[in-house]
Design a protein around this ligand. Structure first.
Ligand SMILES: C[S@@+](CC[C@H](N)C(=O)[O-])C[C@H]1O[C@@H](n2cnc3c(N)ncnc32)[C@H](O)[C@@H]1O
Length: 172
């Protein structure tokens, strides 16, 4: 396979992210509930989701603030701290209501990313309603999540999942 230089890789990554967010938001159109943004970062995808999602609330998670002021959610929509702390706080406050979650958590350290998503995906399930959409930049294996085939091939790192419609946590 042809090696992509770093600029082209980044362009492919961001294009895939934008395309899949757009697609997943369209799939979630009939579902009520807020959007969750794991990895506020510089606020680029948060800003994009704001444009896409209209009136939907968006809750963002990050350990630090390094976005421009115009992309900073209000304090009541920001879980500032480690995901491991923000996520249980969000579960206690919101419960399983979200229609869509976006995980933008990948780094250059693939092994660390794999360790992170191994617990983050299953833990985030407690915030997602049945049928919710998940867009992630690292593959996640979570009981009850079905991987969807996106319309375009993309970068190979981004995936879209749909949470099962039934509540598999209580199914026997
Ligand atoms: C790739 S950046 C997100 C980029 C952002 N979505 C954007 O479009 O500008 C990843 C973010 O995840 C945050 N992050 C990574 N691991 C984290 C963790 N365990 N707890 C909290 N935040 C974390 C980092 O601080 C960083 O801001």
């Amino acid at each position: 396979m042809t090696r992509l230089n770093r600029l082209d890789r980044m362009i492919l990554r961001l294009t895939t992210q934008r395309d899949l967010l757009r697609w997943a938001v369209s799939l979630a159109a009939g579902l009520p509930g807020p959007v969750l943004e794991f990895g506020l970062g510089k606020g680029r995808t948060y800003d994009f989701l704001r444009d896409l999602c209209g009136d939907r609330e968006i809750f963002a998670f990050d350990r630090e603030i390094h976005c421009p002021a115009d992309c900073l959610p209000g304090a009541d929509h920001l879980f500032l701290g480690e995901f491991g702390d923000g996520l249980p706080a969000a579960v206690a406050r919101l419960g399983p209501v979200a229609a869509l979650a976006h995980f933008d958590v990948g780094s250059e350290d693939r092994a660390a990313d794999a360790r992170l998503v191994a617990w983050l995906g299953p833990a985030a399930t407690a915030l997602l309603r049945p049928g919710a959409l998940v867009v992630t930049d690292r593959a996640m294996t979570v009981d009850g999540w079905q991987r969807l085939d996106p319309p375009e091939a993309g970068d190979g790192d981004h995936h879209v999942y749909r949470v099962a419609m039934f509540d598999y946590r209580t199914a026997t």
